[in-house]
Design a protein around this ligand. Structure first.
Ligand code: HAM
Length: 440
């Protein structure tokens, strides 16, 4: 059958021609040993959030396109240039989620979580999709761990959410990052400030497109990277100098608490985020070892978002931490994850020296797994040398050697793979002895 354009047929490769396809452009695969590092970072972050009482949510990877247009902001690059939008077979416009906050708000409203105990504190992890120009640390499928605390407008929450992000990074050993902090004001003070900034910008020598941006979203002009624009912005009025008394007091409580908690930050009065929903406290974590894509996480308050999405007028604050970039930052800081046994595939590795021994070892490994001890073994006809190599590759702590002598005496030789010490252990005592040894 002739393949018609746009039909699935045009993408089907005949079996003869089939070659392993590469992943779509800008989309990383995580395979061993890197995937172990990926899972370690993600699980550490999720664990930190759980320790602060955040509850797990599992949300759709695609949503109605309207949700992001309304939630993220129609003038943002994310919405105008970067969304993966498609029509499903029922003619609905759907979009792969470019970020997590809008979806969490939708779900909180739809599931009436906002009618229960407040704040609602939720944590999520997974892939997000942005059609950006791929480069080191900038992917089209990116991975975040995020949290959102919804429904209580208390600056204590802001400081706690920021301190949580700081702890997440430190929990995997990162040190070389900075926290940049600002306040973007509220609906009261943002309007007058916007006018003030526009009046300033309209006096400058700007090209047509930048002028248009100044009309639509003047704050974003502050983020223009071109030196000829930056030169003219030296004396621009800045939001943190134009806060209303309530926002000023809110911000002072946040910074005061961060000081008392020992969370270091720098005030960046020009901080502009790529998403439009932010109000008041807004922040970014930047790692200096990463080059151009240095943002390893960011977040802030979004006090008008729930109302904008058709819910109650409740406030919220949260963050998204970039797992891909944290992995690159760990590499840049040369942090040795082996200290935490991140690459340990199993704790115990079976080394059987013959056919009968292999069968026995399968039963031992099964017994260990049932007892909660991670274990694997050498398969096929590997000799002692090959099997020991496999044990090392699995980064096991102990090898269990089973030869004809051991079979006969009903014992197993337990070899400590770091000290190379070995001891003979009766089969019946193996689980107890290994549990003891691994517990130390
Ligand atoms: P965001 O700053 O757009 O915020 O993304 C958070 C983090 O995701 C970034 O700091 C970065 O580490 C990572 N990231 C973003 N884009 C890419 C990319 N193309 N490749 C690799 N990593 C990337 C948000 O998404 C907000 N939803 C965060 C938030 C939650 N604010 C309040 N609550």
């Amino acid at each position: 059958m002739a393949a018609s354009r746009g039909s699935l047929d045009s993408y089907v490769v005949s079996e003869k021609k089939f070659q392993a396809l590469s992943a779509p452009k800008g989309v990383p695969d995580y395979v061993p040993p890197r995937s172990a590092e990926f899972a370690y970072v993600r699980d550490r972050f999720v664990g930190e959030a759980a320790r602060s009482g955040f509850q797990h949510v599992e949300l759709p990877v695609f949503e109605d396109t309207q949700l992001f247009a309304r939630g993220v902001g129609e003038s943002t690059d994310v919405v105008t240039k970067e969304m993966y939008t498609f029509e499903d077979r029922g003619g609905r416009s759907l979009t792969l989620r470019p970020e997590g906050t809008a979806g969490v708000m939708r779900s909180v409203i739809a599931n009436h979580l906002d009618r229960g105990q407040l704040p609602v504190t939720l944590c999520y992890s997974g892939p997000f999709f942005r059609y950006e120009r791929p480069q080191a640390g900038r992917y089209r499928q990116l991975q975040q761990v995020g949290v959102e605390a919804i429904g209580i407008d208390d600056p204590i929450l802001d400081a706690q959410v920021i301190a949580l992000a700081d702890r997440c990074y430190r929990s995997v050993g990162l040190n070389g990052f900075r926290l940049e902090l600002t306040s973007l004001g509220c609906s009261e003070c943002r309007g007058p400030y916007r006018e003030k900034l526009q009046a300033f910008l309209f006096e400058l020598d700007l090209d047509e497109e930048t002028r248009r941006r100044a009309e639509l979203n003047p704050l974003r002009v502050l983020d223009d990277k071109r030196p000829e624009v930056q030169e003219q912005l030296v004396d621009a009025p800045l939001m943190p100098d134009n806060l209303c008394p309530e926002c000023q007091a809110h911000f002072e409580t946040v910074t005061g608490l961060l000081d008392d908690m020992g969370v270091e930050y720098t005030l960046n009065k020009r901080l502009v985020r790529g998403l439009d929903y932010y109000t008041r406290t807004t922040f970014e974590f930047v790692h200096d070892g990463l080059g151009a894509q240095s943002g390893i996480g960011g977040g802030g308050r979004y006090d008008g978002l729930m109302k904008e999405l058709g819910g109650q007028d409740l406030s919220g604050i949260g963050f998204g931490l970039g797992v891909d970039r944290v992995l690159l930052a760990l590499e840049a800081e040369e942090i040795d994850l082996d200290a935490d046994n991140v690459h340990r595939r199993v704790a115990v590795f079976g080394v059987p020296l013959g056919d009968e021994e292999r069968r026995s070892m399968a039963l031992i490994v099964d017994e260990l797994r049932r007892a909660g001890i991670s274990a694997d073994m050498a398969y096929g006809g590997k000799g002692l040398k090959g099997a020991m190599k496999a044990a090392d590759r699995a980064r096991a702590a102990y090898a269990l050697v089973l030869g004809s002598d051991e079979l006969e005496s009903g014992t197993v030789t337990v070899r400590d793979l770091s000290s190379r010490e070995q001891r003979s252990v009766p089969r019946g005592e193996l689980v107890a002895r290994l549990s003891e040894l691994l517990d130390r």
